[in-house]
Design a protein. Structure first.
Length: 151
């Protein structure tokens, strides 16, 4: 059976930390779907979703086993539709763990075939946070060191 993992998130923007988790996930999974969700708790994206799809696809052109899709439904349902039995998530700190643990429990309840797999963020990427990157970019700061593509 093919091991397909869903790597869900708003990816606003997709950072080098996200890239690191995906690349490390390739050692565990046959295919990884980077799933850009329309998050109902976030009223508006900073970076257009189509831009992120293009930038992420461009980042992984040499990795055909990595796909990029958008979705607007429960992650557990989207995983079922894509035959993904794993959710790939990165953890930077204990705050991330608490948040991700709660989500993993609910996703498992909604889809008992769905197993969450957590990778600890590589130390050099631990301080990278999409919210901070957006703020730096908003005020014309250089964010190139934090992104695997050029804006």
């Amino acid at each position: 059976m093919k091991r397909i993992a869903l790597f869900p998130g708003s990816f606003d923007p997709f950072t080098k930390g996200h890239e690191d988790i995906v690349l490390r996930g390739l050692a565990l999974f046959d295919e990884i779907i980077i799933a850009i969700g329309y998050n109902s708790t976030k009223s508006q994206r900073y970076f257009p979703i189509d831009l992120m799809v293009d930038k992420i696809k461009g980042t992984f052109t040499k990795n055909p086993q990595i796909k990029v899709q958008t979705y607007s439904e429960l992650t557990a349902e989207f995983a079922k539709k894509n035959n993904a039995n794993y959710l790939l998530r990165g953890l930077r700190n204990t705050t991330d763990f608490e948040y991700e643990n709660s989500i993993a429990q609910i996703n498992r309840n909604l889809n008992n075939e769905l197993e969450s797999v957590f990778l600890i963020t590589s130390p050099k990427f631990a301080p990278i946070n999409s919210s901070i990157i957006r703020e730096v970019h908003r005020y014309k700061g250089d964010v190139s060191a934090f992104l695997p593509y050029q804006l």
